[in-house]
Design a protein around this ligand. Sequence first.
Ligand code: GLY
Length: 392
Amino acid sequence: MPTEQYRAAFDLLARKLIEDEARLGVEFPYVTGPSGAWKTLPASLSAGYQGAAWSHGNWFCGFWVGLMFAAHLHTGEERYRRIAKERLRLVAIRADDGNTHDIGFIFYSSAKVAHHVTGDAIHRDLALKAADKLRRRTVTTGRGTYISAWGPLDDARGRRSSAIDTMANIPLLYWAAGAADDGSFRLAGEAHAIMTRDAFLRPDDSTYHAVEYALPSGERSRGFTFQGYADESCWSRGQAWAIYGFVATYAATGKSEYLTLAERLATYWLRRAGADLVPFWDFDDPAIPHAPRDSAAAAIVASALVDLAHLHPDAAAGKVWRAKAEAILDALCRDYLATEPAHRGLLKHGCYSKPHNIGPDAAVMFGDFYFVEALCSILMPGRFKPLPTVSA
Ligand code: GLY
């Protein structure tokens, strides 16, 4: 598809961001409701247990900041940059949130982008503060070290649990290793990736959503799901997060075993996504073909594959991965753009959490972010985020 289509998607984003910004007050969008309007939450909403139930809090807020910076780069207009910086001040409070691995998502998409785009040290310091909080979630066991996903670390329920989504939070640690010239961030990220490799993968290269470890041994107790169809199913977005994280781990460490692993996971994902390239929300939902799709899963994989293609030591293989990434983006541009004025967000048919009935068929904030990240990597390489490089 000509890059004109990607630019048109970007134009749509820029227009909608300005329209929506005027209606948000101090809140941030997370998913669209049945009418197509954004639902919003304050950035200050932290993650936590409410009785037995876990609430993820507002882990979406940073993505709005990142999208504003992307629109600034695309349009050259100063107003997007000004809004992004104002919004980032509202998000900054979450850098003290020690309750969740999602601190990685929040600041990878906001302060880290702000620093790259503006060069301002204040944004680097904020992203580093968040990376330090994320690193403090490491749990050391007899079998290695992982980053706990949910809850305060003195709560046994969260402490023993690890989630596949964390693989897409550790890129903040890899960034911090370079930004602070402190390799301990990279070590924490890679340690987590190693335990994920060993505990989350099934023999067919699909992944579990979550794993519980026995402590302090670090023996794997069980695999389970929170947002997927069933404990033994493969949640398509979980697999996408794993691909994204192992590509980043390859870049950060230079170890080819992680590249090979990312390729295996991506091969599985593409096989199960089939010709449509935008998968059902869970590859194993028995309601398929009447189950919802998840455009966000496709966007995450597309962004990961653009990086994988760039990093690949074999130029011919890199070309093949790049073609797959573009095919996914083409499908999203062709069939998933929310061009109707009433439907907010950029991509329709994301699925935030079907089991909890939250945005089961909606625009989802992170789907828009990773879609736009992929477009930036193609249209303006190195401007939205550093060009990926393989560490020696
Ligand atoms: N927490 C990440 C996700 O919902 O995919």
